[in-house]
Design a protein around this ligand. Structure first.
Ligand SMILES: C[S@@+](CC[C@H](N)C(=O)[O-])C[C@H]1O[C@@H](n2cnc3c(N)ncnc32)[C@H](O)[C@@H]1O
Length: 199
């Protein structure tokens, strides 16, 4: 077993993070795991970070982020669906560093109390996912990091995926230095994982 990033381990082609025990990180269920197995060089989630997580869903990926940031870190998980957040709360009950927030990420003013964060992660399959991310940049510390699991087909189900990727990168480049992008095939179709830093 080899540590390949802060708190991320690899054995053969399997990834793990470590909570109380080693937990397998499935690339078919979690996009950052897919990005890492596809060769991502800059996975910038680290021990002790404060993270804003948009689109927390049932808690699969946020649980692994929780293992990585450890007890000195904290993750605010925003989820808009009241049914889904109940499952999230149930899953992460034992993780002391996750704060589930039932809110629409389009309205960051509703959770402004979280203060500044080191990193914003977005995995929201909505047409306006780029605009939502940009609204949430108010939380980033100077030179703060963004990670996005971009779903092209949610933006436009007809147009060429590569054209959508190009436009999104151009739009994000106004505010962020794009550090790396990586396609998530074969784990997820039509998804691009993007790593950036506030300019
Ligand atoms: C693709 S799933 C996220 C999967 C999750 N990140 C994981 O890897 O475990 C997208 C989630 O975003 C939520 N969502 C969609 N629009 C949202 C919004 N405007 N604000 C907050 N959450 C939203 C959905 O309810 C859904 O649970």
């Amino acid at each position: 077993m080899k540590q390949i990033f802060s708190g991320v381990y690899k054995k053969g082609n399997n990834l793990y993070t470590k909570g109380k025990n080693l937990e397998e990180w499935n690339p078919y269920k979690s996009k950052p795991a897919a990005a890492i197995l596809n060769g991502l060089q800059n996975f910038l989630v680290k021990k002790g970070q404060k993270i804003l997580y948009l689109g927390a869903a049932h808690g699969t990926t946020i649980s692994h982020f929780s293992n990585i940031v450890g007890e000195k870190g904290i993750i605010y998980g925003v989820e808009v669906s009241d049914k889904i957040i109940l499952k999230l709360i149930d899953k992460v009950r034992k993780k002391k560093n996750i704060v589930p927030i039932l809110e629409d990420a389009r309205f960051p003013e509703n959770y402004g109390w979280i203060g500044k964060v080191d990193l914003v992660y977005e995995d929201i399959a909505q047409r306006d996912q780029v605009q939502i991310l940009k609204r949430n940049k108010v939380f980033l510390k100077e030179k703060g990091i963004i990670l996005i699991a971009l779903k092209a087909k949610a933006i436009d189900s007809v147009r060429e995926v590569k054209e959508i990727y190009r436009e999104v990168i151009e739009e994000l480049s106004k505010d962020f230095e794009i550090i790396e992008t990586i396609d998530l095939e074969p784990y997820e179709h039509d998804h691009l994982f993007i790593v950036g830093r506030m300019k």
